[in-house]
Design a protein. Structure first.
Length: 232
């Protein structure tokens, strides 16, 4: 499946950034052309929206505003990046997609799922991932990881514990409702174990061959270029 669309989801601190990079590198080693990208972001417009969404010094943001900004960035991302990449035969590995909206703005903020689903259909044209990987871990473990690097904390990281617990519970509900579309990975395990479980899931669900793990010093940054950077 050369044009697969693989999405990583989960609460904060699950290591999605590192694991998307490792999967992309492994697939590339097998000869699969890969586009690695993220949300919110992945485009010039999306990155500008991301900056507004995540900075913590602008005062309160209404849940509806947050949902619409996320969805606007997603619309640009889908049409500018994801669809053209798949049309060219690339496998797309994406850090977050529509289920983040259902978990964060739905579960976390309490917005109506039906309204959010309608907005997502409009923004994406009904695009769905071929595989969703839920990197799940206890909220206190994930937030402890995130707060270990205070400089990188953003507005959503700083939400209260109850918010993050609702987000995690929403993700678990989503995965249980559609088990054929999700694989739940224990993200509290060591990174190598998490990467191995991810590769097994991708191979089994999508028929993509298992590849070699990348070296620890080489990572892929959004857009599919090589580089280095912190993992979340």
């Amino acid at each position: 499946m050369n044009d697969a669309f693989i999405v990583f989801e989960g609460p904060e601190g699950g290591g999605k950034t590192l694991q998307t990079q490792r999967l992309a590198a492994s697939l590339e080693a097998d000869g699969h052309p890969v586009l690695l990208t993220r949300e919110p972001g992945g485009t010039g417009v999306g990155e500008a929206i991301r900056a507004v969404l995540l900075r913590s010094h602008d005062g309160p943001m209404f849940a509806q505003t947050e949902a619409l900004l996320m969805s606007a960035a997603r619309a640009q991302h889908v049409h500018e990046v994801i669809l053209p990449a798949r049309a060219s035969g690339k496998t797309v590995v994406c850090d977050r997609f529509i289920d983040s909206t259902f978990a964060y703005q739905g579960g976390g903020r309490g917005l109506e799922i039906e309204a959010l689903a309608a907005i997502q259909r409009f923004a994406t044209g009904g695009l769905e991932p071929d595989l969703r990987l839920l990197l799940d871990l206890p909220v206190d473990v994930g937030l402890r990881r995130r707060h270990a690097d205070p400089v990188s904390l953003n507005r959503i990281d700083l939400a209260d514990l109850a918010f993050h617990q609702r987000v995690r519970e929403a993700y678990i509900r989503l995965a249980r409702q559609e088990p054929d579309r999700w694989v739940v990975i224990d993200a509290s395990a060591p990174p190598d174990s998490v990467a191995s479980a991810i590769e097994t899931a991708v191979r089994d669900r999508l028929g993509l061959h298992r590849g070699l793990m990348p070296s620890h010093g080489r990572h892929f940054t959004p857009g599919g270029t090589a580089g280095t950077g912190p993992a979340r």
